[in-house]
Design a protein around this ligand. Sequence first.
Ligand code: TMP
Length: 217
Amino acid sequence: MFISFEGIDGSGKSTQIGLLQAVLEAEGRSVVVTRDPGGTPLGRELRQILLHHKGEVAPGCELFLYLADRAQHVVTLIRPALAEGKVVLCDRFVDSTVAYQGGGRGMDGGMIDRLNQQATEGLVPDKTILLDGSVETLLGRARSRATATATAKATVPDQTDRFETLDVAFYERVRAQYLNLAKESPARFIVVNAVQPPESVHQDIIRALALNPLPKT
Ligand code: TMP
């Protein structure tokens, strides 16, 4: 069973992945938690470039780096884990590229779909949990977390995530694209209100997954 988590920065994906992992493991399931980009050793190098490269990154270059990370991730980690009957919880997957590079940057959606298909060899998550909420609120959270981390680590400004410098309009387009995707694939997407306490978000996810039970693998 392959479950991806999506949402704009600050939507609380990692907290929710940890909470769901604990529930699934308590049920005796073997769970692999991973992230896109950065789920493999090669992917971690690509993630560093994608998020922290100091110079200009052309949109096409950015797109292919996300796809390169994903191709490596699918072949070396996700497919083998699924073949062993594990539950894979993935922080972002194909929908992030449709939302960020398609919606956010305005790149062609048909092209992104074809390239995603190539990179994943057609692998699509069984369920996708979209943590949705107002851009202002979620970005505000992401920014205060980034500031707190930078202060704690005394990080220099050039370590700031490239995406944290983008404007609200960019993230409004990303959010709109996510909501379109959810409308187009209602059987796969579970849209959850992310602007509530983490425990309430978690309960919503559990309830929604129980309505769409996981196969006993
Ligand atoms: P993360 O910090 O949530 O792991 O995400 C890293 C950033 O990369 C985040 O701002 C979203 C962005 N991103 C894309 O633009 N396209 C993609 O395909 C993926 C997976 C992430």
